[in-house]
Design a protein around this ligand. Structure first.
Ligand code: ZN
Length: 247
């Protein structure tokens, strides 16, 4: 199976469309979506509709999806996230609100090799930033490859008998990871719509379970258009500015 992996799209339709133009979804057997379809960006309805048109094999909810759908309150959100989610709630069509509200909680097992979660397998809202977080997440994973999102930072944690290894793609447009049978992997593809690793390009991944390979990919998109839409929508300016620096 060859999966297209999308995480943290955050209402950025230009970034999502650039990914779909770079990787014809027809060349993949299925799509997996790791949550946060909406929040921050100006096109939540268009993003949901585009994701639905892909008929993903699995789509799990992120923290922004939950709050935007009214499933949870915005207590844990900072001022900017809160203001963006209020805007998003008003913008969403009733049908798309219902779609978000019905999204499954992670983790979700996809097949013998892959499971997906938004934050971690033990808590959908927990963040994996450091090695301790990664070890705890790997302990609770039930498949050799656990794909996660939430931090918006592409990273590969590999656990072997020797210990834990941490690797980041460092700007490579295509960064391959070969899956070895005696190791376990915790992989974040990065964020499609709001990267935070200092690289403004949209991030995504392709996972090929037959070849035993995961590719972390980056692609440019017309982010000035996205910035203009964010400003025109009346969303906080910082949400437009941060797209240009990937922070
Ligand atoms: Zn997110």
């Amino acid at each position: 199976m060859r999966y297209l992996i999308l995480s943290d799209i955050h209402g950025n339709i230009e970034a999502l469309d650039a990914v779909l133009a770079a990787v014809d979804p027809a060349t993949c057997d299925a799509t997996l979506v790791l949550g946060d379809l909406v929040g921050y960006g100006a096109d939540p309805n268009a993003v949901i509709e585009r994701v639905r048109s892909l008929s993903p094999r699995a789509t799990i909810r992120g923290n922004h999806d939950k709050v935007a759908a009214g499933v949870e309150d915005a207590d844990g959100f900072n001022t900017i996230a809160r203001s963006a989610v209020s805007w998003t709630m008003l913008e969403l069509s009733p049908e798309n609100t219902s779609y978000l509200a019905a999204l499954q909680q992670g983790p979700q097992v996809v097949d013998d090799m892959i499971e997906i979660c938004h934050g971690t397998p033990y808590d959908e809202d927990a963040y994996v930033f450091d090695e301790l977080d990664a070890l705890r997440a790997l302990e609770s994973a039930t498949r050799p490859v656990c794909l996660f999102g939430h931090t918006h930072i592409p990273v590969v944690f590999t656990r072997s008998r020797q210990g834990l290894e941490v690797e980041t793609p460092d700007g490579e447009p295509l960064w391959p990871v070969t899956i070895a049978e005696d190791r376990r992997y915790l992989i974040n593809p990065g964020s499609v719509g709001q990267p935070r690793d200092g690289d403004p390009r949209a991030a995504f991944a392709i996972a090929d379970t037959t070849a035993g390979r995961v590719e972390l990919r980056r692609i440019e998109y017309p982010l000035q258009t996205t910035q203009q839409k964010v400003i025109r929508a009346g969303l906080p300016d910082v949400l437009a500015r941060r797209l240009a620096v990937g922070r």
